[in-house]
Design a protein around this ligand. Structure first.
Ligand SMILES: [Zn+2]
Length: 503
């Protein structure tokens, strides 16, 4: 680097949207840090933004800190969230004086009420403000949807290389390192190749199988010095947009090399498209049969990942409850559903009394249907707070609105007025339900629950259920997706456009 101190503006917005979730995400749902608070991330934040800040500060650069905001997965953003973020970034940049570069931490699968591509909008607005020459380095989730707008406006786009995600901080380090390299005169060239494939997020991992082989191949190219950086982006599939696709992004010393490697890795991504779809899922009824036959003393875990809040769904589907009801009196089961009106009804009915309840489909009525439960006992009522049992976040305090536990002759239903990731056993145990004493436990979660449930489960069954994060992608009501798009249509090499270097 030259001796002159580089001045870099840092900001970020991180949220994963699910277009099938009809509840728009409001600004109040975000945790937001500004200026000096973001500077306080140095040495403390394990996300992309922390990796960027640590690397840039350690390099001796002068950082100008903007806004950083993050929220859980959910529906698309209210327009105001993106507009206010962009306004703030442009005001900061206008007030910053001379800048040398921009580092921005994004998710990449973020939509709003009126935009399919909030991250592209942010990058385009910043690009328009700073001009064509200033380098912009962006960090993303592996599940980003890398659009044309992102490709045209970011000089560097680094995404997580692992799933489960273990390298958030490292991703920020990579993006910041490329930015610093650029500012020292060693300008990298980034090629973008999009592959028309989507895959359900539960079905693949970078720890084994086809995606691991592909990632290992790309990693070897970096280690061998052939390229500077790569990301294999598997887009979050529940984005109903005309641009949804997987993408390969490669940065190299020159554009020819970046394009050549991106084209090659894109072909490999095409080749593994079938394996990325995973194996067929269990039917709910088959899992219930397994539980009825199970004599191990441990629960069969029914994974209702389609309705996982962690994947942006609404947690209001009662589909599993509907399938369990014919077995009332014969099966001890634990199952949750988010249904605020039913919780209020249970508080009216009172503990120890029985009533009929209608459960489910109160938030996303198009994705599942309500179920009537006759003569359910209100077993207990709660303020909704529970403590995580762990292993991750052990002892953390969590809330899911108010909670009523209904007992339907041994089928124990945790009805909450607000949704919560169900990965932790505390979600049941905190309300007097012990999953270890059940023959079947239904969990609305994707992958994270395995840490807690793996050791106590007789068997874990990924199950075909309805929901905004539906695992059978071809069964979801996409209206805007492109054609062809695998697995909806078969595709071939001719459907991959050649890699492009825009900058
Ligand atoms: Zn992700």
């Amino acid at each position: 680097m030259s001796n002159q101190k580089k001045r870099i503006y840092v900001c970020g917005l991180h949220q994963e949207s699910n277009s099938f979730n009809p509840v728009l995400m409001r600004e109040e749902r975000f945790s937001t840090w500004e200026g000096d608070e973001v500077a306080g991330f140095y040495g403390r934040n394990r996300g992309i933004i922390g990796g960027m800040i640590d690397t840039l500060v350690d390099s001796g650069a002068e950082l100008i800190y903007g806004r950083y905001m993050t929220a859980s997965s959910g529906g698309p953003l209210e327009d105001a969230v993106a507009l206010h973020f962009i306004e703030k970034a442009l005001a900061d940049i206008a007030a910053a004086g001379k800048l040398d570069g921009i580092a921005i931490a994004l998710h990449g699968a973020t939509m709003s009420a009126s935009s399919d591509d909030v991250c592209g909008d942010i990058l385009a607005a910043i690009r328009a403000a700073v001009g064509e020459e200033m380098p912009i380095a962006a960090g993303f989730d592996l599940h980003a949807n890398i659009t044309e707008k992102i490709s045209q406006n970011a000089d560097y786009a680094c995404g997580y290389q692992t799933y489960p995600h273990l390298d958030q901080h490292g991703t920020g380090v990579r993006a910041a390192t490329l930015l610093l390299r650029h500012l020292s005169g060693k300008v990298g060239k980034t090629a973008y190749a999009r592959v028309p494939v989507i895959a359900p997020a539960h079905a693949y991992t970078t720890e084994s199988g086809a995606l691991k082989l592909l990632v290992d191949e790309a990693k070897a190219l970096v280690e061998g010095g052939e390229i500077l950086d790569y990301t294999i982006f598997e887009a979050q599939p529940w984005l109903d947009t005309p641009e949804i696709a997987a993408a390969v992004v490669v940065t190299a010393e020159n554009a020819e090399k970046a394009r050549e490697v991106a084209d090659h890795l894109a072909k490999r991504q095409l080749e593994i498209r079938r394996e990325l779809q995973g194996t067929p899922l269990f039917d709910v009824d088959d899992v219930i049969e397994k539980a009825l036959a199970n004599k191990s003393g441990k629960p069969v875990v029914l994974v209702d990942s389609a309705d996982s809040r962690g994947a942006g769904s609404t947690a209001d589907s009662a589909a599993v409850i509907e399938a369990l009801l014919p077995h009332r009196g014969k099966l001890r089961a634990a199952v949750g559903v988010c249904d605020a009106p039913a919780v209020e009804e249970a508080f009216r009915v009172g503990v120890g009394n029985c009533a009929d309840f209608t459960l489910g489909a109160t938030i996303a009525p198009d994705l599942s249907r309500p179920v009537t439960v006759k003569n359910a006992l209100v077993r207990s009522l709660h303020n909704g707070e529970f403590f995580a049992v762990g292993p991750s976040g052990r002892g953390d305090r969590s809330r899911c609105g108010r909670v009523a536990v209904l007992d339907v002759d041994g089928i124990l239903i945790q009805v909450s007025s607000a949704s919560r990731n169900e990965k932790d056993i505390g979600f049941f145990r905190g309300f007097g339900i012990d999953p270890e004493l059940c023959q079947l436990v239904s969990v609305k979660a994707c992958t994270s629950f395995r840490a807690a449930y793996g050791p106590i489960a007789a068997e874990i069954c990924n199950t075909a259920t309805p929901g905004a994060a539906g695992t059978v992608l071809t069964a979801l009501p996409y209206k805007h997706r492109p054609e062809p798009l695998y697995p909806f249509e078969e595709i071939g090499v001719a459907d991959i456009r050649e890699a492009v270097c825009y900058r």
